[in-house]
Design a protein around this ligand. Structure first.
Ligand SMILES: CC(C)(COP(=O)(O)OP(=O)(O)OC[C@H]1O[C@@H](n2cnc3c(N)ncnc32)[C@H](O)[C@@H]1OP(=O)(O)O)[C@@H](O)C(=O)NCCC(=O)NCCS
Length: 187
């Protein structure tokens, strides 16, 4: 199977937004308004404020089939979420603001891990090693820039993605209770 990893380009916007929505929780997929909030919570900051840390996996037509994104600055991320993205949520579905505020609170527990990531693949391309290659490519990029750690905030123990991160070498770095943890890796 052909697959290449390259930096995000503006032309990838539709595909990455579709993938972000496709991989959302079912409760969000059932509600078109709620679904519109998912990219605001998990994608817009990265492609608008830090696109140098967004990589896409593309197929033979150079179309994005998955992406990984990271911030390398905890304070920059929090400031932009508060100033730009919470107001954006307010316009679509104010009830989602509480969710994002809880995420920011959880993130504050791992603020000494400045870089955190999100990763999502189109369903037809999962379990073929692409996620592993995307994480490795992101780590290689961060290393070149002088960063030495990467975290994922709020992962359910025993979930599919938990198994994936643990297999890659991530360790639990914070326990929020009820099986929710943050994971991190040093390099
Ligand atoms: C999670 C995700 C990024 C993993 O990428 P992937 O390309 O499917 O994973 P890989 O094929 O690279 O898997 C590497 C290893 O991780 C582990 N792994 C992967 N998926 C797993 C799962 N569902 N359960 C347990 N372990 C898993 C396996 O050990 C696997 O190695 P193996 O294939 O030799 O058994 C991808 O499946 C995805 O986008 N899922 C839906 C959205 C999502 O959950 N995103 C993460 C939100 S935090």
């Amino acid at each position: 199977m052909f697959m290449k990893i390259r930096p995000y380009q503006t032309k990838d916007l539709k595909n990455v937004t579709d993938i972000c929505e496709e991989t959302a929780f079912d409760s969000y997929k059932k509600d078109p308004v709620k679904l519109k909030t998912v990219p605001i919570n998990f994608l817009d900051y990265f492609i608008e404020q830090e696109k140098e840390h967004v990589l896409v996996a593309v197929d033979e037509k150079d179309e994005a089939i998955g992406y990984i994104e990271a911030t390398t600055s905890y304070p920059k991320f929090v400031q932009a979420m508060e100033q730009i993205y919470l107001p954006r949520l307010q316009q679509i579905d104010p009830s989602e603001i509480e969710f994002e505020k809880r995420f920011l609170l959880a993130l504050s527990c791992i603020e000494d891990w400045p870089s955190h990531l999100h990763i999502n693949l189109n369903g037809s391309y999962q379990h073929q090693g692409i996620g592993t290659k995307l994480i490795q490519a992101l780590i290689d990029l961060l290393k070149k820039e002088g960063f030495h750690s990467l975290a994922i905030c709020c992962c359910q123990q025993g979930s599919n993605s938990y198994g994936f991160y643990k297999h890659f070498g991530f360790k639990e770095i914070f326990d929020y209770g009820k099986g929710i943890v943050s994971l991190g890796i040093k390099f």
